[in-house]
Design a protein around this ligand. Structure first.
Ligand code: NAD
Length: 470
């Protein structure tokens, strides 16, 4: 571990130990400052995102800036209530005492962000960390260079430097950073790096949240309106040039529905991005050459039904739809994370459920059907981090829903109150009287049968509906 990192951690630990992060006023002031950072630097943020990902202003506003401002507002509106001690039910032995859950901060936490939504994925966990009273070190992705530079310049100008800091760099810097003991680690990225983070955290028994990705299935039932589905699907798949953890990764439908969808998708894509999507200011680019080569190679699976063009010098891959793809093809072996949508055919909803359940548990699953029984069956008989019926990604617009994966797509969750909970230790507290000793004698030796009976009566929980004489 480097001496500058050690020094930085020492500074934050002193900041935390001073107790300043615990007051409601401090937390609110830091959240307000974070909101000002976003508000006053909208243009610079938009420019950085455009440099890194050719991100359209509309998409930057919806998925990064306004998204964060909503999360901050939810915290500002509710923090006082969330922070309150939560009083709990008591038994006879503790009737005269006070029993509650105290929401304690963990201490100094590490937040590691990914490049695809480089502002949102770094600062949204920070909203939770600040709200819960922690100090935090933020590690932006080194792949989204302009945003990394901007955040590391801006954050110290707005937030308390004794409590919050940005550390830049790649895997080497993170490895050094991870040698330090953090009180919590919040990671967003791919599953292989997630395993490295978890292994490093385990050395210090540090708890983690892992926000990972995977292949999100999408089922389209017969009888759906192809035009509506094409609009909704194309928007979520090609938003941010397909580099979205909750984007539908592949579609399962019957051959008949595939044919209807293909002609509707052709029309939709032309309406969205024109005849030449490369000229559209509403379509993004692949983050770097390595990912460009990776995504381009996936175009070899099955056959191209729509799109398929690419331009290395511009890191451009056209919005593409693949057909005749097999489950064993390369495009089905990894998360696509690019503007490619394979359509695989199944005979029935039953076959789609079996297909989905053969794969790792995804971050999101989308089911489209005019029949609510089919949607219910998809929800009941599969497992995923989140689920949206008859649309994609829209479940993320609700801070009242937890956001996170399951199994291979991650562990833990955040957004809204869930962020506050993630960054809070729920501490069990019982405050007893120093006197009233007579009431305690039941549990002390010498043990007697009658004392045992009375003690159990005072502490046991009876099953509801069972007859009891007490
Ligand atoms: P990335 O390359 O930006 O990596 C994420 C972070 O891990 C970065 O800060 C990076 O510096 C760090 N890192 C990379 N290699 C490392 C190593 N060897 N040791 C330690 N740290 C290392 O992003 P990525 O992993 O390519 O992100 C894409 C993945 O993230 C996709 O799988 C996507 O689905 C997932 N994702 C998930 C969410 C979510 O909220 N669940 C959101 C966005 C992205």
């Amino acid at each position: 571990m480097s001496s500058s990192q050690e020094e930085l951690l020492g500074r934050l630990r002193t900041g935390f130990n001073s107790g300043k992060t615990r007051s409601l006023e401090f937390r609110l002031s830091q959240l307000q400052a974070l909101k000002r950072l976003l508000d006053e630097n909208r243009q610079a943020i938009n420019e950085a995102l455009a440099q890194d990902l050719h991100k359209p202003g509309f998409e930057a506003e919806v998925s990064e800036i306004s998204f964060l401002i909503t999360e901050i507002n939810v915290a500002l509106n509710n923090l006082k209530t969330w922070m309150k001690d939560e009083h709990v039910e008591k038994n006879w032995a503790t009737k005269l005492n006070s029993a509650f859950i105290r929401k304690d901060p963990f201490g100094v936490v590490l937040i590691i962000g990914a490049w695809n939504y480089p502002i949102q994925l770094l600062l949204n966990p920070l909203v939770g960390a600040i709200g819960a009273g922690n100090c935090a070190i933020l590690k932006p992705s080194e792949l989204s260079k302009s945003t990394e530079k901007l955040v590391s310049n801006l954050l110290p100008r707005y937030l308390d430097q004794e409590c919050f800091a940005v550390v830049c760099g790649g895997p080497q810097e993170i490895s050094q950073l991870l040698e330090n003991k953090f009180d919590y680690i919040f990671f967003t990225g791919n599953a292989s790096v997630g395993k490295i983070i978890m292994a490093a955290a385990s050395k210090h028994l540090t708890p983690v949240t892992l926000e990972l990705g995977g292949k999100n299935p999408c089922f389209v039932d017969n009888g759906c309106n192809p035009k509506n589905i094409a609009n909704r699907l194309a928007w979520v798949r090609f938003f941010n040039a397909g580099q979205t953890c909750v984007a539908p990764d592949y579609v399962l439908c019957t051959w008949q529905m595939r044919e209807q969808l293909l002609s509707a998708l052709k029309e939709t894509l032309e309406t969205f991005y024109g005849k030449e999507p490369q000229q559209s200011s509403d379509f993004g680019r692949i983050i770097n050459d390595r990912h460009f080569q990776r995504v381009k190679a996936l175009l070899q699976s099955g056959s191209v039904a729509i799109g398929g063009q690419s331009d290395k010098s511009d890191k451009y891959i056209a919005p593409t739809v693949l057909v005749d793809v097999q489950e064993s093809d390369p495009v089905m072996q990894e998360e696509i994370f690019g503007p490619i949508l394979p359509i695989l055919t199944v005979e029935s909803p039953e076959e789609a459920i079996a297909f989905i359940n053969r794969q790792e548990k995804p971050l999101a699953f989308y089911a489209f059907s005019p029949d609510s029984k089919v949607i219910d069956a998809m929800l009941d008989r599969t497992s995923s981090g989140g689920f949206c019926g008859n649309d994609g990604m829209m479940h993320m617009t609700l801070p009242s829903l937890p956001f996170g994966g399951i199994g291979h797509s991650g562990m833990g969750n955040y957004h809204g109150k869930f962020s506050f909970n993630t960054f809070s230790h729920h501490r069990a507290v019982l405050l007893r009287s120093p006197g009233l000793e007579k009431l305690n004698t039941l549990r002390y030796p010498p043990y007697t049968k009658s004392n045992l009976g009375l003690l159990l009566c005072a502490t046991e929980v009876k099953q509801k509906g069972m007859c009891t004489l007490l």
